[in-house]
Design a protein around this ligand. Structure first.
Ligand SMILES: [Zn+2]
Length: 93
């Protein structure tokens, strides 16, 4: 039968996979996601309960970190910042 589940599966196949959604979700937290990515993520979140939960947790985590005002950066974030700085350095005319 063509139930809700199948519609969800089809939609996910057309738009994005949960892995991609999680990835964009992370990018959104770092404000790295583009407008198109965000739109696709929104559509995916509408249909995918799993990723909706993930996005919620992610947002909460970011909020917690912000409110805790943690001064030391996560190693991964440090690396991210380093890479970005290097990229900017390389893009300089
Ligand atoms: Zn999903």
């Amino acid at each position: 039968m063509f139930g809700k589940k199948l519609v969800q599966l089809a939609a996910m196949k057309f738009f994005m996979k949960c892995d991609d959604a999680a990835h964009i979700c992370d990018k959104t937290q770092y404000k790295e996601a583009g407008l198109f990515d965000k739109l696709m993520l929104k559509i995916h979140l509408l249909m995918c309960k799993l990723c909706r939960g993930y996005a919620k947790r992610n947002a909460k985590l970011t909020e917690t970190i912000k409110s805790a005002n943690i001064k030391t950066l996560h190693p991964e974030e440090k690396q991210r910042l380093k890479t970005r700085l290097q990229q900017e350095e390389n893009n300089r005319p």
